[in-house]
Structures are given as structure tokens and as C-alpha cells.
Design a binder for this molecule. Structure first.
Ligand SMILES: Cc1cc2nc3c(=O)[nH]c(=O)nc-3n(C[C@H](O)[C@H](O)[C@H](O)COP(=O)(O)OP(=O)(O)OC[C@H]3O[C@@H](n4cnc5c(N)ncnc54)[C@H](O)[C@@H]3O)c2cc1C
Length: 540
């Protein structure tokens, strides 16, 4: 140990990287973090509603996918934080833990109960301070002393009750607490905004005991070819640092790029661009992300101040978070998905196991919100609300491959969205469920009709599959839940150790082998807490 500068080098001071840096350094370990972006907590970043405005800034990677055959052959935008705290510093603040059965599927897949929901629960609790004690259905499912505060119901939007009524009238049940391991139904929208400010991971988790290097781009992991051991890292300015163990936390797009640049990945692909192979592993494969598509709904009486942009939508509390009260998570019936599974040459039980799963989500914003990168937008002028539909459990899998040997070049992103009939069916059913909500008597008291993009027909409950497919091909956009590119089971083992290389782990969204019915930050905080214990031998 004494000849090594650090015990742990963390590559990427993002969401998971900051958790690990904090926990390991506070436990007395000598830790260095290398983060490609700057440290910055400017107002623009700390604003709880600022996420959508950060896309064209220096604090984000601005990736583009290759043309997506099932989405109108468009190249889709994708983003990630390039700043200390990573994507937690630029995301939209929604706090959604996911479904217990998703984690159980993960545990089964890798044959290790530590990744089951019941074992991760302690770590979800450890990461959060839950502020709805008493109001929530399941007090024992939450933590009350963790670094990340989360809240729901702080803002009183005028359409809160009518929206809930509309969702219930469409046949969806009210779920008092969607963050207790079962998100199904219509649940309160929860965000991790505290005192009207964002909580970036690097502020919420104390980094004062770690050496933090910002604007420090790691160009490769140094690996001793003889012993197949990681010995440290080299930056793109050629400075090198040594460590007992390297923990790669560069996120699901940049982690596979860095592994491949270091000789860890598909041998044939690496050799085709002149990289000497260290170990042949399916790095970059199993890439999954959540695709979304929004519909915009014209309000009957916009002058009543029902949506963002109206001069009468002016309660000061509305500036303290995104304009939502509710989030809807739907399990589709077997009889709807089975034919699609057969068409894909699989079975529903192979894809999802048994029991209800959260296949699709409908967000209910009081603004014409659509994910960044969609070509169709309506200005937030108070005239429209929206229903973004998000696939949560896609079965399509894509890949990240190298475009060059330069770490600052973007890798090639092919998320392969909607490549399976299951996924296309889920999105069609999600659109239909959103339309059903907006056609209920409760919704029709405040909404007139859908406002389609120019040249497209209005979507109603009598629309055809082809009309929904055509719409999605036009408006589909990533929700930025990139994951799976250094999957547990294939690239890393259940301790997150890279197979065939000593002293190297991957600890970020890349390791998630299966899709999770959530947006990933809450899961990643919990997973990173679990990994911190695994590294210290406390969770074995
Ligand atoms: C625009 C957007 C909105 C989102 N909204 C939500 C939301 O509302 N709710 C939710 O739950 N989730 C949301 N997410 C997803 C969630 O934020 C991410 O899944 C999660 O934060 C990823 O954590 P991570 O630790 O895997 O990676 P990140 O937090 O992205 O961290 C990776 C870090 O590694 C650094 N890095 C990369 N390469 C190198 C290198 N070579 N050298 C040094 N450093 C490097 C990066 O700069 C970055 O800081 C959103 C994501 C995006 C992009």
C-alpha cells in the first residue's frame, strides 16, 4: 500500500462517483476523484426548474445517436452531466425508486441476492431523507437521515384534483406512495429539490475528505498486461496517478468508451481500430434507454392560470420545482403483450418473469413538456398541458462502440429504440392509456383536444396503431436513462469487479443489467451506497 498514492481512484465525479468518494473517504480510505467537468453551483444549475435549459451548455455532453430505424430514421439527442456531481447536477429532479420486482429480476439474473429489492432497501433508505412521514402509506420503506431529501405535494397546482380524478376515471388506481417498491397506479410526483434548490450529489455527499480533481479527463485506465491488473489512470494531459483499485463511474456512455480505450471490450472491435485487447468482454452491449413521446392538450380556459406560461399561473411556490402533481405507472395485461412477445420470438415470462410489471409511464405536467431533442414543441404560454409517455421496461438492446481512440470524441451511440414488437406495443398502449385519461369526463372539463404536429391527425381513442407509430416516429425522444453497457453478469461480477482484470470495478448506471421501472437517479444513489459497502467488505 505505501508505494501507492491512493487506495481508490474514482473515474468520474458523477452521481455514483460522489457517493463512493464520500463514503470511502469518510471511512478513512485515501481517495482521489477525477472529473472531466468543472465544479460549479451557479444559480442556473441549482435552479430546480433549470434542467431543460442546461442542454446546450458546457456542463453537458451533447451526444447524438445513429439514425434510429424505428423512429423515422432520426438521430436522437442524448445528454449527460459533464460537471462535478455528473447528471445529478443537470437532471430534472424526479425521484422514482422503481419496482421491487425489477431488482429481484436483476438478483435472479446474476444469482446474487444482494441485488434483490429487500437487500437494496437498506441502501435506498440510507441515501434519502423522506419528508412525507405520516402522509405516506409505507413509513418503513423510507429513510429519514440520508443525504438526499425528497418531497412531494409541496406545490398546490390548480389542476391537482381534476387530474387525479381524470386518471382514476380512466381505471387507474390511486397509489399513495409510488416510492415504496411498488410504483403502479397514479402516485404523487416526488422530487429531490430542497429549499427550492437542486441537490447535486457532490454537495449532498461531503467530499471534503477526498482529493477532487476537476477538469481532469481520464484518457485510459493503466493496466499491467502481465498480471492483468489495473494500476492507476492516465489523464489526457499525460499525467498519471496510481492506486490500489480503480473505480470507474463515468456513466453508461463514457464508462464503456473508457474501458474499450483501455483494452477491455469486444476484441475484434478493439483490434479493428488499433487497440490491443486486454480482455475480451461484451462492453458497450446491452445498452438500454427509455424512449418517450409527448402529446399536448389544449386547455378550455387558459386564462384561469392552469398551466405554466399563463400570467395567472403565478404562485411563488411554482418556481420551486417542475409543474407536476402526479406520475402514472401502468402494468400492461399479458394478453396485450403476449402476441408481441411471440412475434419477437420470445415469451412474456422470458422477458419479464411473472406478475405485473411497470411497463409504461405517463407524466402529467401542467406545461407542454416533451423530452429534449423532439422536433415538435409548443411554447409554454399557458394554453397546453401534456402527457409524456415513457417506456420503462424496454426489451430492445443497443450498443456503444468506439468512433476513434480519442477519449474526447463521442463514442457511437446506437440505442436501437423500439426494435422489438414488445416495445412498440408498450408505447402504443401507453399512448392509448394517456388518451383515455384525457377523454374522461373529468379531463374534458378542462381540456378541449389534442394539438397534433402540423400535418398529423389528432390522436383519439379511435386512432389506429399506424397513426400512433407515425406520431412516435416524429416526436420520440430519449428520456436519458442510459444503462447496461458494462452489465453485471457479463462484464462485471456481482461485486462490480471487471471480469479478468484485477483492481478494477465499474460502479455506475453501466452495471444495471435489466431495465428498471423508474428514472434512474434514486436507484443509482441506492446502488452506489450498496457498492461502497461491498468494496469495504460490509455487504458480502
Ligand atoms: C438531461 C437528463 C435528465 C434526467 N432527469 C432525471 C430525473 O428527473 N430523474 C431521475 O431519476 N433521473 C434523471 N436522469 C438520469 C440520472 O440523472 C442518471 O441516470 C444518473 O445521474 C447517472 O448516474 P451515473 O453515476 O451513472 O453517471 P453520471 O452522474 O452521469 O456521472 C458520470 C460522470 O463521469 C464523468 N466522466 C465521464 N467520462 C470521464 C472521463 N473520461 N474522465 C473523467 N470524468 C469522466 C462525467 O463528466 C460525469 O460527471 C436524467 C439524466 C439526464 C441526462
Amino acid at each position: 500500500m505505501s508505494s501507492l498514492e491512493y487506495e481508490y481512484i474514482i473515474v468520474g465525479g458523477g452521481t455514483a462517483g460522489c457517493v463512493l468518494a464520500s463514503r470511502l473517504s469518510h471511512a478513512g480510505h485515501r481517495v482521489a476523484v477525477f472529473e472531466a467537468g468543472p465544479e460549479n453551483y451557479a444559480d442556473q444549475i441549482m435552479s430546480p426548474t433549470g434542467g431543460p435549459l442546461l442542454h446546450a451548455t458546457e456542463w453537458e455532453y451533447q451526444w447524438k445517436s445513429v439514425k434510429q430505424a424505428h423512429l423515422g430514421n432520426r438521430e436522437l439527442a442524448n445528454y449527460g452531466g459533464k460537471i462535478l456531481s455528473g447528471s445529478s447536477a443537470i437532471n430534472y429532479g424526479l425521484w422514482a425508486r422503481g419496482h421491487s420486482v425489477d431488482f429481484d429480476q436483476w438478483a435472479r439474473l446474476v444469482g446474487d441476492e444482494r441485488w434483490s429489492y429487500s437487500n437494496l432497501l437498506n441502501y435506498f433508505k440510507k441515501s434519502e431523507t423522506f419528508h412525507d412521514r405520516g402522509a405516506a402509506a409505507s413509513v418503513d420503506q423510507h429513510g429519514y437521515e440520508g443525504p438526499i431529501s425528497n418531497f412531494s405535494g409541496l406545490r398546490k397546482y390548480p389542476l391537482k384534483e381534476k387530474t387525479l380524478e381524470a386518471v382514476k376515471q380512466s381505471g387507474i388506481e390511486h397509489n399513495l406512495d409510488g416510492n415504496d417498491g411498488n410504483p403502479l397506479g397514479v402516485a404523487p410526483f416526488t422530487d429531490n429539490v430542497k429549499n427550492a434548490l437542486r441537490q447535486p450529489a457532490g454537495l449532498a455527499y461531503d467530499l471534503s475528505k477526498a482529493d477532487v480533481f476537476t477538469n481532469a479527463i481520464v484518457a485510459r485506465i493503466d493496466i499491467d498486461q502481465q498480471s492483468k491488473s489495473a494500476t492507476g489512470i492516465t489523464l489526457d494531459d499525460n499525467r498519471s496517478f496510481k492506486a490500489k483499485e480503480v473505480l470507474v463511474c463515468a456513466g453508461a456512455i463514457k464508462t464503456p468508451q473508457l474501458l474499450m480505450l483501455s483494452g477491455i471490450g469486444p476484441k475484434e472491435h478493439l483490434e479493428s481500430i488499433g487497440i490491443t485487447s486486454v480482455v475480451d468482454l461484451p462492453v458497450g452491449q446491452n445498452f438500454h434507454d427509455h424512449i418517450s413521446g409527448s402529446m399536448f392538450w389544449k386547455l378550455r380556459n387558459p386564462d384561469q392560470g392552469l398551466a405554466m406560461g399563463s400570467p395567472n399561473f403565478n404562485d411563488p411556490s411554482f418556481r420551486t420545482g417542475m409543474p407536476f402533481d402526479w406520475i402514472v405507472t401502468i402494468a400492461l395485461p399479458d394478453e396485450v403483450l403476449s402476441p408481441a412477445a411471440i412475434a419477437d420470438g420470445t415469451s412474456l415470462s422470458a422477458a419479464y418473469g411473472s406478475g405485473p410489471r411497470g411497463h409504461v409511464e405517463i407524466l402529467m405536467p401542467y406545461a407542454p413538456i416533451a423530452s429534449a431533442g423532439t422536433p415538435y414543441r409548443i411554447p409554454p404560454d399557458g394554453t397546453h398541458v401534456a402527457t409524456p409517455v415513457v417506456i420503462l421496461l424496454p426489451t430492445s438492446r443497443g450498443s456503444i462502440t468506439l468512433a476513434s481512440t480519442n477519449v474526447t470524441d463521442d463514442p457511437i451511440l446506437d440505442p436501437n429504440y423500439l426494435a422489438t414488437e414488445i416495445d412498440r406495443t408498450i408505447m402504443r398502449e401507453g399512448f392509448r392509456a394517456a388518451i383515455r385519461i384525457m377523454e374522461t369526463p373529468a379531463a374534458l372539463t378542462y381540456v378541449e383536444h389534442e394539438t397534433p404536429p402540423p400535418g398529423y391527425p389528432r390522436l383519439t381513442s379511435s386512432c389506429t396503431d399506424e397513426e400512433i407509430d407515425a406520431r412516435l416516429a416524429h416526436v420520440g425522444a430519449s428520456m436519458f436513462q442510459n444503462a447496461g453497457t458494462a452489465s453485471m453478469g457479463t462484464v462485471v461480477d456481482a461485486d462490480c469487479k471487471v471480469k479478468g482484470v484485477n483492481g478494477l470495478r465499474v460502479c455506475d448506471a453501466s452495471i444495471i443489467p435489466v431495465s428498471i421501472a423508474s428514472h434512474y437517479q434514486a436507484a443509482i444513489y441506492g446502488i452506489a451506497e450498496a457498492i461502497a459497502d461491498i468494496i469495504q467488505g460490509k455487504n458480502n
